[in-house]
Write a new protein. Structure first.
Length: 641
């Protein structure tokens, strides 16, 4: 056991953030911490790192455990250069190297001495040999290789190691913190949102590095694809407590749902049994012939181990995207477009060509700074074109989501911000809409400038929903959202019947939504059919084909894929319709089950029991509803096949 947290509680004033937390870490274990924003994940990491003291509980660490902690904000000596910062983890080895150089000088002087002591027996040589072996065994000769490997992997290949830290952006400083921490190679890594500010190549490199990391890791992240790739254990913090799941994020999701359904089933069955036993006791306790059995059942009731009712699900945003009218079949045509920051600057991207049809769901990817956001700002008329043609189709209405939230006015309240664009709606309607996005009561009077990134994102999404556009153009829509809000957004977009064009680094999001990926480079777009996993597979195939076949064979493979595109697109549309139907059936089933339960309660009412006609009528109504329920269940089961 590397670390054990027992019965951890943490409160800030009267607010309990964590309670009764138990967590164990064994060597090489990779743990993911998940939960809604504000659940206490970062607080728990700070407690484990020793930066916060728990209100109650104990942290036990094994001897010689070295904990490395990546905070969301890190402090550097701004006057240092990148290389100097990254050599700090090797201070002991570098001092050892200095001592070796000093010994070498002393040995050089010694060789000029006429002492009778032979070289092999000289204390200086013995000391030098021992120190040189220690330096070698601890990786002293690998320092530069390690630093350059980490720098290249973390996206610093094009930045000179002599660059001052003060000149780096906030995102680059975060990546530099992670580089430094990885070079320390602690026994236990504590990582708070390590994927922030990383592009896809860097994310992929980091995933591979952490999967093979020899130490243990605890990760707080909203990147579900990353969690699936790296972690083998998941702890969810919900309602101040933590529950352990022995698998990655996808395993946790499935297991949590399964456990919840199982607990509900056990609870419902026991409640039905309790009701029957209570009714028997009530009717038979005063009868001489049955009083003994009634007392026995009452005793059994009193000693029964009651199954807890499943907790109500935490309140989540609930919304959907609709379109006022359908666009034409041809939605967008981009021909030979050139992008630049302004008319005097060098092009960001050239020779951009794109053809979008109604209902397509396209993701745009590429390295940071390549011009992805500039491209969609150009499409939506917020940036001037340098050269080329952009033509939107007939009846197109565009809904644009800006990751920078530049369209929000800081001194507006949430209510004012939404109302100013939809003045035709009354206050009650606006408040109702905001309630779906978790803004209720006095919260709607908070000013935009006082909101968190996640809250601003929800305000922008509320405005986007009200627009009812038939084309959604989204720039990093999952930024600032916690995992559960991302899932709500995904569900809304999955049911959206319009056209979707979005930029994202969220690979899990892309896997669930896109049917085509456009990869950006300075020289144009490369198109890939399918979702993110399909894209990765196709890239690998292309690399293999390039080494074994001609470019013509690569093109032939792409043509064959294109022939299947329409079929795959139709299949995905049918799958979305199927999912909507399943959800409608599940809602109807739940409503009818509630109605049957209410009617069955009436059957034990004294007035109904004494009225034969009413009893017969209620029984008949229950049978009809059960028959309807069976039909719905049959239809639901058929859709599951």
């Amino acid at each position: 056991m590397l670390l054990q947290a027992s019965n951890i509680h943490k409160s800030f004033g009267a607010n309990a953030i964590l309670s009764n937390i138990h967590l164990q870490v064994i060597p090489q274990q990779k743990i993911g911490l998940v939960g809604m924003n504000g659940a206490g994940k970062s607080t728990l990491l700070k407690i484990l790192a020793g930066e916060l003291t728990p209100s109650k509980g104990d942290i036990h660490k094994a001897k010689d455990v070295h904990i490395g902690y990546l905070k969301q904000s890190n402090i550097f000596n701004e006057d240092e250069c990148i290389w100097d910062e990254l050599t700090k983890p090797f201070a002991t080895l570098l001092n050892m190297e200095k001592e070796l150089r000093q010994l070498e000088q002393q040995i050089s002087i010694m060789h000029t001495d006429t002492s009778s002591t032979t070289d092999n027996e000289h204390p200086l040589l013995k000391k030098y040999d021992a120190l040189a072996e220690q330096f070698r065994s601890q990786g002293g000769y690998e320092i530069e290789t390690k630093i350059r490997t980490i720098l290249n992997g973390m996206g610093f290949a094009q930045i000179e190691p002599s660059t001052k830290v003060s000149t780096l952006s906030g995102g680059q400083k975060t990546r530099l913190s992670l580089c430094k921490l990885l070079l320390e190679e602690p026994t236990l890594l504590l990582l708070d949102e390590p994927t922030n500010h990383l592009d896809m190549p860097t994310l992929t490199w980091l995933e591979t590095y952490l999967k093979h990391y020899k130490g243990a890791i605890i990760i707080v992240s909203h990147d579900r694809y990353f969690l699936d790739a790296v972690v083998d254990t998941t702890y969810e913090i919900e309602r101040t407590e933590a529950i352990k799941y022995a698998g990655n994020y996808s395993f946790f999701l499935a297991e949590k749902q399964k456990n919840r359904q199982l607990q509900k089933k056990r609870f419902d069955q026991q409640q039905k049994e309790i009701q029957q036993m209570e009714e028997f006791v009530q009717k038979n306790i005063v009868r001489a012939s049955t009083t003994k059995r009634a007392k026995s059942k009452r005793k059994a009731l009193e000693s029964m181990d009651v199954v807890d009712q499943p907790s109500a699900e935490l309140k989540k945003a609930k919304f959907s995207f609709e379109q006022d009218k359908m666009s034409g079949k041809e939605v967008l045509h981009v021909d030979n477009l050139t992008l630049a920051y302004d008319e005097h600057s060098e092009p960001l991207m050239e020779h951009l060509n794109l053809h979008v049809r109604r209902g397509e769901r396209i993701a745009i990817i590429g390295p940071n700074g390549i011009g992805k956001s500039t491209f969609i700002k150009t499409l939506t008329g917020k940036h001037e074109t340098k050269q080329g043609l952009i033509k939107w189709g007939t009846n197109v209405t565009i809904g644009y989501y800006d990751q920078e939230q530049a369209n929000l006015v800081g001194n507006h309240t949430i209510l004012e911000e939404v109302w100013r664009e939809y003045t035709e709606l009354d206050e009650l309607m606006i408040r109702t809409v905001l309630g779906h996005f978790l803004f209720s009561g006095e919260e709607v009077t908070k000013e935009i400038r006082d909101l968190s990134g996640g809250e601003k994102a929800r305000v922008s999404l509320a405005k986007l929903m009200l627009k009812k556009a038939n084309v959604l153009v989204l720039d990093e829509p999952t930024n600032h959202l916690d995992i559960f809000s991302k899932e709500v957004l995904e569900a809304a977009l999955q049911h959206y019947e319009g056209t979707l064009l979005f930029i994202s680094h969220d690979r899990y999001f892309m896997n669930r939504l896109c049917e085509k990926i456009i990869e950006c480079s300075a020289h144009g777009f490369q198109h890939f059919l399918g979702n993110y996993d399909d894209y990765v597979e196709k890239k690998q195939e292309i690399e293999e084909l390039k080494s074994t076949q001609s470019l013509e064979n690569v093109k032939k493979t792409n043509v064959e894929d294109k022939n299947h595109y329409e079929q795959r697109k139709t299949e995905k549309q049918q799958e979305r319709k199927k999912q909507r139907k399943i959800e409608q059936l599940e809602q109807s089933i739940a409503e009818i089950e509630d109605e049957i339960s209410q009617l069955e309660q009436l059957l034990i009412d004294e007035q109904v029991l004494s009225d034969y006609e009413q009893l017969h009528e209620k029984t008949k109504e229950i049978e009809a509803k059960k028959e309807n329920l069976n039909t719905l269940y049959e239809e639901w089961e058929q859709l599951q096949d």
